[in-house]
Design a protein around this ligand. Structure first.
Ligand code: C5P
Length: 226
């Protein structure tokens, strides 16, 4: 395949990263999970008491941004890259419901977005990349050769996320997971800076009733026609 930029955007827990990862593997492209970057900044804020329930120290978080170093390092065993925060592997820690409950607030801060978008653009310089997030097709790479926008009902998404968390041994309630998804949808799509929305030239896929396999072959089909 020709080296292109593939942007995958959509609401929380639509299975973007699973699809993006599979697609990157298939094409021999790099995969970048931009949500992991926002989650890692959020974890940093939590570790430094800059964010807590109903409290965000935006000013100090902005001042700390130069101290936050994000890197993706390949896990040879698993065959994909993991998120490192200042040299520490935080891949598991960033996936908790606690991080999920603060991440959209942190991601709404323009200075945070500016830093991460800059790093994301640098990673896409050579093309041959699949990047997933909320603003990839609209802001990070408006010129991406292929843009996909994934959707699914909130209930279906919460069921998937609930299963994922409980499979990992996280003791969470379905109601809290659903609440978190609806809350993130709301904050992500109504924020002032780079709100989540479908790029005009993105192809929308509602996967509420699609299996992973069905969706993947649909996407491969779209890629081959691109
Ligand atoms: O993709 P994931 O669900 O891990 O993203 C976590 C959060 O990070 C999102 O709910 C959103 O607030 C933020 N995010 C963003 N822009 C991106 C990727 C993620 O604002 N490109």
């Amino acid at each position: 395949t020709k080296k292109i930029i593939i942007a995958i955007d959509g609401f929380s827990s639509t299975g973007k990263s699973t699809m993006a990862k599979k697609l990157a593997n298939q094409l021999g492209f790099i995969y970048v999970d931009t949500g992991a970057m926002y989650r890692a900044v959020t974890l940093y804020a939590m570790q430094h008491n800059l964010v807590a329930k109903e409290y965000t120290n935006t000013e100090d978080l902005i001042a700390s941004l130069p101290q936050i170093r994000l890197t993706f390092t390949l896990n040879e065993q698993l065959g994909f890259a993991e998120m490192y925060l200042n040299g520490v592997n935080v891949e598991n820690e960033i996936r908790t419901l606690e991080v999920s409950s603060f991440v959209s607030t942190v991601a709404a801060i323009p200075q945070v977005r500016q830093k991460l978008v800059e790093e994301q653009r640098a990673m896409g310089k050579e093309k041959g990349i699949v990047m997933d997030g909320r603003d990839i097709g609209t802001v990070v790479f408006p010129e991406a050769e292929l843009k996909l926008f994934l959707t699914a009902s909130a209930k279906v998404r919460a069921e998937r996320r609930f299963k994922e968390l409980t499979d990992k041994g996280d003791n969470v309630s379905f109601e809290l997971v659903l609440e978190n998804i609806e809350q993130r949808d709301h904050i992500d799509s109504t924020r002032e800076d780079s709100p989540l929305k479908k790029a005009e030239d993105a192809i929308e896929i509602d996967n509420s009733d699609l299996s992973r396999e069905e969706q993947f072959s649909l996407i491969l089909d779209i890629v081959s026609k691109n």
